[in-house]
Design a binder for this molecule. Structure first.
Ligand code: S3P
Length: 430
């Protein structure tokens, strides 16, 4: 673990705010990547300047793509993927699984060698789910445990399209295969056990690619070119989730979170909180660049425990740490199942979430694929660590605001991976 900063989060009884959250992480990565692959100038607004998306921009630079960024605006001079250069340096993806998995897919069809590495968390995350299908299409990939762990070296080249039935619903796996399929001979098809977030499919269509989706299956035809697009990125519902829980469980106040992406493959958090009894209004729905967005108004409510599992899990997978905080403060039992993917996220989020909440006084236990939480209407507080995991850093901050005695948090800086300005935003709320 890197050296961590300690902060004390004071409990609050009232909170009001009219806020926006930073741009969506998944959409920002894809906008940068597709802009670099396309022909022409792509202009991105409300790009997320978090460390993860900056890793994607930095990798693009190593590959010869020219871009300029001013805060949340990015201009990319796309010269077409066929004009990317063999990188002279190892490509460092930092903490970003999306950068690594999507880049592997894109470069699987490039006739040169690239080597990827990242931080200590990324070097432990399973990559065979991507390197296996890419090798089956014709790429050569070397890495520890038969290409399962970074550092990974990829020799791209002649790819052949294929049919893949993925064992897990993962948008990173689906996207890596589809992006490789763009340069493969013939058709590439991905069939998922449940539909994962579909930003790749939506945005590729915006860049002029013919993508055929039917239920959990997507098809793409090789030799497709991308033409530059302007992309306006909606606010990240995964970041808004922290404020949806805060606004629901605080004693008094009201929060309005504007311009949040409400793509149905991401709105599991809204469904779960509403089922728990939350008071959330979805206002001003629009669709821009193929992605729906809305303002979310949240008021305090009494929450009760529910069962969460099955097909909704991929639609809220990143929100489980903050859902667990909400469940600890709800009335009655919450059981989360079918979420063993949490074990291979930025930390083992079943273990780190359960241990952290136990330290704060909650009554919960680990299950192999989730957790069982006995809601107690209150959290005492205590000292917890983010384990360098951005979603834990933010979940523990919200837990501190809602606790009886406050939370001492080590490693708050991890939040900047997906939410620069998280703590200052909270401090400015009245
Ligand atoms: C992401 C997909 C999800 C998610 C991650 C971002 C993406 O991961 O957890 O934060 O942008 O495609 P998996 O594909 O591993 O489920």
């Amino acid at each position: 673990m890197t050296e961590t900063e300690g902060v004390f989060i004071q409990p609050r009884r009232r909170i009001n705010g009219d806020i926006t959250v930073p741009g969506d992480k998944s959409i920002s990565h894809r906008a940068a990547l597709f802009g670099g692959m396309a022909h022409g100038r792509t202009h991105i607004t409300n790009f997320l300047p978090g460390q993860d998306c900056l890793s994607t921009l930095n990798c693009l630079k190593e590959l010869g793509v020219r871009w300029e960024r001013r805060e949340t605006e990015v201009w990319i001079e796309g010269q077409g993927l066929e004009n990317w250069n063999e990188p002279q340096e190892v490509l460092n993806v930092g903490n970003s699984g999306t950068t690594l998995r999507l880049m592997l897919g894109v470069l699987a069809g490039s006739p040169f060698t690239s080597t990827f590495t990242g931080d200590s968390s990324i070097r432990k995350r399973p990559m065979r789910r991507v390197t296996g299908p890419l090798a089956q299409m014709g790429a050569k990939i070397l890495g520890r445990q038969e290409g399962n762990f970074a550092p990974l070296t990829l020799q791209g080249g002649n790819l052949q399209g294929d049919f893949f039935q993925t064992p897990v619903a993962s948008a990173q796996v689906k996207s890596a295969i589809l992006l490789a399929g763009l340069r493969a001979r013939g058709v590439t098809t991905v069939l998922e056990p449940a539909l994962s977030r579909d930003h790749t499919e939506r945005m590729l269509r915006g860049f002029g690619v013919n993508v055929l989706s039917e239920e959990n299956q997507v098809k793409i035809t090789g030799a497709s070119m991308l033409s530059a697009q302007d992309v306006s990125v909606p606010g990240d519902i995964s970041s808004a989730a922290f404020f949806l829980v805060l606004g629901s469980l605080i004693k008094k106040g009201e929060l309005l979170i504007r311009n949040v992406g409400v793509n149905p493959t991401r709105t599991g958090i809204l469904e779960v909180l509403l089922k728990m009894g939350a008071d959330i209004q979805v206002e001003n729905c629009t669709e821009i660049c193929g992605e729906p967005r809305a303002d979310l108004r949240v008021r305090p409510a009494e929450l009760h425990g529910i069962e969460i599992g099955g097909g909704i899990i991929p639609r809220l997978i990143d929100e489980i740490p903050i859902i667990a905080v909400a469940a600890s403060l709800a009335d009655g039992e919450t059981v989360i199942r079918d979420a063993s993917e949490l074990r291979v996220k930025e930390s083992d989020r079943i273990k780190t979430v359960v241990e952290g909440l136990q330290t704060l006084g909650a009554d919960l236990e680990e299950l192999p694929d989730g957790m069982r939480i006995k809601g107690a209407n209150k959290l005492l507080g205590g000292r917890v660590n983010s384990h360098d995991d951005h979603r834990l850093a933010m979940a523990w901050t919200i837990a501190g605001l809602l606790s009886e005695n406050g939370v001492s948090l080590d490693g708050i800086e991890a939040a900047y991976v997906s939410f620069p300005g998280f703590l200052p935003l909270i401090k400015q709320m009245t």
